[in-house]
Design a binder for this molecule. Structure first.
Ligand code: ADP
Length: 206
């Protein structure tokens, strides 16, 4: 039955005398209101769909911050989720927030320092049942294999001239590595000369 059939039936029942029945009159009004709401949603969905299908909708694309948008959507739907005891998870993983921020700041800072003008640093996140993996990728010069194994050592720096200019201590990656391990995780790096470098922090999900 459509919501309208219900609405008409219950209005008729009320008109036929149920309006004076204190046991049922409010309940019937409640049924009418709920069905009117369903009808309202149905009509606006139908209008929306026909608008989209008619091809009269144009998108205005901008760069969207996915994590904060998902947080907004979760805020809107949090009451509904709570009613059904659904756990809404927005890219969460167990970590010490201050320490995680320290790790990410170090990696993004390196990605900026050892990059070329006009390059990029991109942070992405993926999750497997057991682990969360945060990747910090940059479009810098990259690091050759011989250095790659050693950059997590304290005071190890590739290009003395350039790194001195950038003013780092040579301790950043050693700190990041220790903090990742302290979380029960690990940091790894892969790099392609001339293309860039990707650091991946893997943290356990519990
Ligand atoms: P710092 O940045 O203070 O020099 P780090 O421990 O953070 O020390 O890094 C050690 C060295 O590893 C850097 O001096 C640099 O030579 C190299 N390195 C780190 N991150 C990158 C990167 N994203 N691209 C290229 N080289 C990097």
């Amino acid at each position: 039955r459509t919501p309208l059939t219900s609405i008409i039936a219950f209005v008729e029942t009320l008109e036929d005398g149920a309006i004076d029945d204190p046991e049922n009159n409010r309940r019937f009004l409640g049924v009418i209101r709920r069905n009117a709401e369903r009808m309202h949603t149905l009509i606006s969905d139908l209008l929306e769909l026909s608008l989209i299908e008619s091809g009269n909708i144009s998108l205005e694309k901008v760069q969207v911050r996915l994590a904060s948008m998902v947080a907004d959507v979760f805020d809107t739907l949090s009451a509904k989720a709570a009613e059904r005891q659904i756990n809404l998870r927005n890219l969460v993983l167990p970590a010490d927030p201050g320490r995680l921020e320290q790790m990410l700041t170090n990696l993004v800072d390196n990605g900026i320092k050892f990059n070329k003008t006009g390059g990029f640093v991109e942070v992405s996140f993926k999750k497997t049942p057991a682990r969360g993996i945060i990747c910090v990728a940059d479009s810098g010069d990259g690091i050759t294999g011989e250095h790659l194994d050693r950059i997590f050592e304290r005071f190890y720096r590739l290009d003395r001239g350039r790194t001195r200019q950038e003013g780092g201590t040579g301790l950043g990656l050693a700190i990041v590595k220790h903090l990742a391990r302290l979380h029960g995780g690990e940091i790894s790096v892969s790099s392609e000369l001339g293309k860039g470098t990707v650091f991946s922090i893997e943290l356990p999900n519990e």
